[in-house]
Design a protein around this ligand. Structure first.
Ligand SMILES: [Zn+2]
Length: 284
């Protein structure tokens, strides 16, 4: 059609009439070249700007924002799971904390047999129970949840807590003049070996410091190392057994300073639970 021709003519006319566009013919002369230049510089500029922005994004945002977004994601997840639990979540954590700071104290032989029996009729079981009851009271007074357990307590099966400690005493019979003091050990094959070893170190250290009793090295027996409770409790629960003294040479101390005996044991448990440092060399 002629319409195009007409409009072209019109445009031509307008251009020619417009003095401001008088340069256009000159521009027309370089028309084949200029757009190329324009595209090249524009392209280069775009590339540089993009590179600058990307670089800025990385340098400015990477360290902080990734961590932040990680935290945000975790918080969002936590909120989601809290909502899924119907708002019970805030109460779940303290419960789990309580379970993880729960303490089981086994009064050796209690509920089972008398253990060692002295000539005056005093049994190891009753002394163990007296000590264990005092340890329990001291820890409960500090806000801990403490189970006083029998030797073969049903609660020991799968027991979940920070610590299980079994309290025993050594023989009433005179052995020799070196038969004084205490010893502590953990199982050789529990899952939480490191935790149990630290528990042993904590109790040995605090018990020696507070009671002044010597560590009776070399008298840890298989009865201690392969103590039944070690294999009954939950594997993540740290466990140890203490023979807190000899009922022969340490008898007066054990019966007259029972509170100090209990204090030494409680301090050892707290050392472990509170991750306190051990300074002296009373470790076995
Ligand atoms: Zn015993």
């Amino acid at each position: 059609m002629d319409t195009n021709d007409i409009s072209e003519e019109n445009l031509q006319a307008q251009t020619e009439e417009n003095p401001q566009k008088g340069d256009e013919p000159k521009a027309k002369a370089g028309k084949d070249k200029k757009p190329t230049d324009f595209n090249f510089w524009r392209g280069l500029q775009t590339v540089l700007v993009a590179a600058f922005i990307v670089a800025s994004l990385f340098t400015l945002w990477t360290p902080g924002s990734l961590v932040e977004s990680g935290l945000e994601a975790k918080m969002a997840q936590a909120l989601e799971s809290a909502q899924e639990l119907g708002g019970v979540a805030p109460e779940v954590d303290p419960e789990e904390e309580a379970r993880s700071s729960r303490i089981g104290i086994v009064a050796g032989h209690y509920g089972s047999d008398p253990g060692a029996v002295c000539s005056n009729g005093v049994t190891e079981a009753e002394l163990n129970l007296e000590i264990a009851t005092m340890v329990q009271k001291q820890l409960v007074d500090l806000g801990y949840e403490v189970d006083l357990l029998e030797e073969f307590d049903a609660k020991l099966t799968g027991y979940q807590g920070a610590v299980v400690l079994s309290i025993h005493l050594d023989s009433c019979e005179y052995v020799n003049d070196q038969a004084t003091g205490f010893k502590v050990t953990s199982a050789l094959s529990v899952q939480d070996v490191a935790g149990s070893q630290r528990l042993v170190a904590c109790i040995s250290d605090r018990y020696a410091n507070i009671t002044g009793l010597p560590y009776h090295a070399g008298s840890v027996t298989d009865d201690m190392t392969y103590y039944h409770a070690f294999y009954e409790i939950a594997p993540e629960t740290s466990a140890a057994i203490i023979e807190a003294g000899f009922m022969n040479m340490d008898y007066r101390f054990l019966t007259e300073k029972t509170d100090v005996v209990a204090q030494g044991i409680a301090a050892g448990i707290l050392c472990y639970i509170n991750n306190e440092t051990i300074q002296s060399n009373n470790n076995p």
